[in-house]
Design a protein around this ligand. Structure first.
Ligand code: SAM
Length: 377
């Protein structure tokens, strides 16, 4: 049996030579029609589950593990439930307000319990990196940020933008390592920004060092008065519907020798992927770009290096989040979710189980994270 690390390296060669059928062709129209039926069936199951259908986690995991390889290998077109998943949208990011309401501005106690909140590692809503032997979630997140530091070649004195900075975890960790780095964090989530503003006046936080600036706003409209040495963006581009526009913006805000590091969920299938269930209940307009999408749309930037990170990393992270989500029920069940907690809990358990299992399908070789290093074209 090959090791976790060897598998990732071996399968770096997995090629994407298969092309999606041309738009308008018979094959394309047939795939679209079947995908609509498939999506309706999936939604029917998801809504039955949310409304109380009892299915043990083990049965659900087994069913997904048995069926997902077939979709990845033979029917990837069915994993795109809507036509918009396949192409770029008009706006850089669509439906951002709905996304904040349904996801990022949910009760923060629930999210923070699920993601973890430690002295240096604040809630981080993206994969940990487990391949260097991390013993727990907190350490896996440190290893993840260490890898970003290496791959983006962060140097002391850099002026860095974190595009979609969450609760400020990545800036806080990097500021703790480099005494002269400066950071700007961009985020539309008001509640996550409140968390960071508290930290900016907490002497124990590196966000209070005077080297962190917060920009609360939508990436669609964001404008900056300065240019950056480095831009990093972690777990945000699943919310970006138009890569070309996003890269135009990033190219306009980095210095001539600046670098951009994009870390996103990716699929090594010919087409992008999404799910009707997550679009409606968890991440409106979310999509997982295929591994070739970034280099294909990087007209104003140039992809100089890319890496595929095996999906077992996200599988382990999502498993840890699900355990923490389950363990925190007593503390979070009375918060305001806009619906009954029992229903909310079933919805979120389905999300965490579904994604966690999909990342582990085919040993993590189809659905994982893509990392892309870009410079000015
Ligand atoms: C999955 S989280 C990742 C957060 C952080 N980078 C991390 O790794 O923990 C995505 C982040 O992007 C932010 N975001 C999503 N859409 C946005 C938009 N249109 N404008 C600004 N921020 C946005 C969310 O509020 C959230 O903080």
């Amino acid at each position: 049996m090959t090791s976790f690390k060897e598998r990732t390296t071996l399968n770096e060669t997995l090629s994407l030579t298969k092309k999606s059928p041309a738009k308008g062709s018979f094959s394309y129209r047939t795939t679209r029609a079947i995908s609509r039926i498939f999506n309706a069936a999936q939604m029917g199951f998801a809504e039955a589950y949310i409304n109380g259908l009892e299915i043990p986690d083990s049965v659900m995991r087994s069913a997904m593990k048995a069926s997902m390889p077939l979709f990845f290998r033979y029917f990837p077109g069915l994993l795109a439930p809507y036509e918009w998943v396949l192409t770029e949208s008009d706006r850089t990011a669509e439906g951002s307000k709905d996304l904040m309401k349904l996801q990022y501005d949910l009760p923060q106690t629930m999210l923070n319990q699920m993601l973890g909140n430690w002295e240096l590692i604040y809630p981080k809503y993206s994969t940990g990196f487990w391949e260097r032997g991390a013993k727990d979630l907190e350490e896996s997140q440190m290893h993840m940020i260490d890898q970003i530091i290496e791959r983006l070649d962060i140097k002391d004195g850099d002026n860095i933008l974190d595009f979609g900075c969450g609760w400020g975890c990545v800036p806080n960790y990097i500021l703790s390592k480099f005494p002269n780095v400066r950071f700007t964090g961009l985020n539309l989530s008001h509640r996550q920004c409140e968390f960071m503003r508290d930290k900016m006046s907490d002497p124990n936080s590196h966000l209070s060092s005077g080297r962190f600036a917060l920009y609360e706003g939508d990436l669609n409209e964001a404008k900056f008065d300065e240019s950056f040495d480095k831009v990093l963006t972690v777990g945000v581009f699943c919310h970006v519907g138009n890569l070309t526009r996003a890269f135009q913006k990033l190219a306009s805000i980095i210095k001539d020798d600046g670098k951009v590091f994009i870390h996103i969920i990716t699929v090594r299938t010919p087409n992008n992927m999404s799910s009707g269930f997550t679009h409606k209940y968890i991440f409106p307009h979310g999509r997982y770009w295929n591994y070739d999408a970034v280099p294909e749309c990087d007209h104003d930037l140039k992809t100089v290096q890319r890496w595929y990170m095996n999906g077992m990393n996200y599988h382990k992270t999502l498993t840890a989040w699900l355990e923490r989500f389950d363990a925190s029920q007593a503390q979070v069940k009375d918060l305001d979710y806009g619906m009954d907690y029992a229903k909310f809990r079933r919805m979120w358990r389905l999300y965490l189980l579904l994604l966690g299992t999909i990342f582990s399908t085919c040993d993590g070789e189809y659905n994982g994270n893509g990392q892309f290093l870009l410079t000015k074209a």
